[in-house]
Design a binder for this molecule. Structure first.
Ligand code: AMP
Length: 425
C-alpha cells in the first residue's frame, strides 16, 4: 500500500493508449487537468520507429531548462523492437523533462481498453484477475484488446508498485436497456457467442454528454443529450439523465453512421451476397466493409476537408458521399429523439463534428419539427471551447463540445484510486 501514502502530492496521471504498433501517451496534472507531456511512438517493431514528444502546457517550467524541445517538442527515430522498448523511450523523455515515471508525483497509469464486454461497466484497478478478464474478451476485439494488454503488461513491468487502471470504451454503454442492446436473433446463439450491441467511443460520449450538461448550466441527471461523435470513426448516442440508453455502434465499431472507411448500417444479407455471388472470402468482406467503404468507398476520400473542397469544385461523387453521410446522421438524430422523448441538446464532437460547420448545418437543416435550429453565424465561428451554435431560446440546443478522451481516462483513473483526491475543474 506504500504507493497510496503519497496521496496528497501524487497528482499526476499517465494515460496510455496502446495500439498494435503505436503507443500514445499523455501526462496530466489532476489539480487542474493540465497536460505536462503529450506524445506518441509509431511503427513499433518496424525498421524505423518514431517518437514525438511535446510539452504543451510547460510554460511554467521554462526557467529550469527541462523542456529543451520547446513548444515544438522533440522527435526521435530509431528502432523500438517492441512496446517495452517504446515505453522505456517514453520514460526517458519524461525523465529528461524532470517528470519521469519514478516521480513521487505520479499517482497512477490509466490505460484505454477498447472492449470491456458485459464484465466491466466501470473502470477497474488492474490486477491479474482483471488482466485475465480482458484476455477473455479478446475474441470480441481481436485487433484492439491484445494491443491494449501489451501496453498494460509493459507498464506494469516498469512500475509494478504503481496503481494501474483500465478504462473501457464500452463501459458507458453498459447502461443500455436490454431491448436496445439485444439483436433480434436467436437468443441461445446470441448468448453462446456473446453477440449483442456493446457500443464504443464510450469515454468520449461520457465526457461530451457531461460537458454539454455543464454548458447548459444543468446537472447531467437533468438533461437528455444526443451526442454525435464524428471522427474518422463515428458514433451517435442517446444519453438520458447522464446514462446511455442507446448507441449506434454494435458488436463491433462497424454498425451505425457512415464513417471515414466503414459502411455503418447495412443489410446483413449484403455479406451473404458478396460471399455467394461475388465469391469474396470472409476476410475480404471484412476488409471491404471496414476499410474500403464509408466516405472512402463512396468517393475515394475520407477527409471531410477534401470532400468539401471537391464539392465546391462541382464534384458529383463527393456531393453524393456527403449527402449519404448526412442522411444517415439525420436518421439517427430522429431515431434518438424518439428514444429520448425530450432532447435538451444535440452535441457535435470529434474531428468532423468539432470542425466541419457544413456538416453540422446540413445535419440539423429541416429538423425544426424536432426543435432544432442553427444560428449560421455562431456555427461558423472557429473555437476550441464548448459552445452553443443554435439561436437563443431554441427548444433543443445545438452544441459543439470538443472531446477529450485522455482527460476523461485520467479523471476516471484518479477518481478510482482515491476518493479524497483534489477535484479537477
Ligand atoms: P478524429 O478521428 O476525431 O481525429 O477525426 C479525424 C477526421 O476529422 C478527419 O478524417 C477529417 O475528416 C476531419 N477533420 C479534421 N479537421 C477538419 C476540418 N477542419 N474540417 C472538416 N473536417 C475535419
Amino acid at each position: 500500500m506504500s504507493s497510496y501514502d503519497a496521496v496528497d502530492t501524487a497528482t499526476r496521471v499517465l494515460v496510455l493508449n496502446s495500439g498494435s504498433s503505436s503507443l500514445k501517451y499523455q501526462l496530466l496534472d489532476m489539480r487542474d487537468g493540465s497536460r505536462l507531456a503529450v506524445g506518441m511512438v509509431e511503427r513499433i517493431g518496424e525498421k524505423t520507429s518514431r517518437l514525438v514528444h511535446t510539452l504543451p502546457e510547460s510554460g511554467g517550467d521554462s526557467s529550469d531548462g527541462g523542456s529543451s524541445g520547446g513548444e515544438g517538442g522533440r522527435e526521435r527515430t530509431g528502432r523500438f523492437a517492441d512496446h517495452a522498448k517504446a515505453l522505456e523511450a517514453v520514460a526517458d523523455e519524461l525523465a529528461h523533462d524532470g517528470i519521469g515515471l519514478d516521480s513521487p508525483e505520479l499517482a497512477a497509469i490509466g490505460h484505454r481498453v477498447v472492449h470491456g464486454g458485459l464484465r466491466f461497466s466501470v473502470p477497474a484497478l488492474i490486477d491479474n484477475g482483471v488482466l485475465a478478464e480482458i484476455e477473455r474478451l479478446v475474441p470480441l476485439a481481436p485487433l484492439h484488446n491484445p494491443a491494449n494488454l501489451l501496453g498494460i503488461r509493459t507498464a506494469r513491468a516498469l512500475r509494478p508498485d504503481l496503481p494501474q487502471v483500465a478504462v473501457f470504451d464500452t463501459a458507458f454503454h453498459t447502461t443500455m436497456p436490454e431491448y436496445a442492446a439485444r439483436y433480434a436473433i436467436d437468443t441461445a446463439t446470441a448468448d453462446a457467442h456473446r453477440i449483442r450491441r456493446y457500443g464504443f467511443h464510450g469515454t468520449s460520449h461520457a465526457y461530451v454528454s457531461r460537458r454539454t450538461a455543464e454548458l447548459l448550466g444543468k446537472d447531467p441527471s437533468e438533461v437528455n443529450v444526443i451526442v454525435l461523435h464524428l471522427g474518422n470513426g463515428a458514433s451517435a448516442s442517446a444519453v438520458a439523465g447522464g446514462r446511455c440508453v442507446d448507441t449506434s455502434m454494435g458488436l463491433t465499431p462497424l454498425e451505425g453512421l457512415v464513417m471515414g472507411t466503414r459502411s455503418g448500417d447495412i443489410d446483413p444479407a449484403v455479406t451473404f451476397h458478396l460471399r455467394r455471388v461475388a465469391g469474396m472470402s470472409v476476410d475480404e468482406i471484412d476488409e471491404l466493409l471496414n476499410k474500403k467503404s464509408g466516405l472512402v468507398g463512396l468517393c475515394g476520400d475520407n477527409d471531410m476537408r477534401e470532400i468539401r473542397r471537391r464539392i465546391d469544385e462541382g464534384d458529383e461523387r463527393a456531393r453524393l458521399a456527403f449527402d449519404i453521410y448526412i442522411h444517415r446522421l439525420k436518421k439517427y438524430i430522429g431515431a434518438y429523439s424518439a428514444v429520448l422523448g425530450r432532447v435538451d441538446a444535440v452535441a457535435f464532437t470529434a474531428g468532423v463534428g468539432e470542425n466541419a460547420a457544413e456538416v453540422r448545418e446540413a445535419a440539423v437543416a429541416g429538423l425544426e419539427a424536432l426543435g432544432l435550429a442553427m444560428d449560421a453565424k455562431r456555427n461558423t465561428v472557429r473555437s476550441g471551447e464548448p459552445r452553443i451554435v443554435s439561436p437563443d431560446g431554441a427548444r433543443t440546443a445545438v452544441a459543439v463540445v470538443p472531446t477529450d478522451e485522455e482527460l476523461e481516462i485520467a479523471r476516471q483513473t484518479f477518481a478510482l484510486i482515491g476518493e479524497d483526491r483534489p477535484a479537477i475543474a
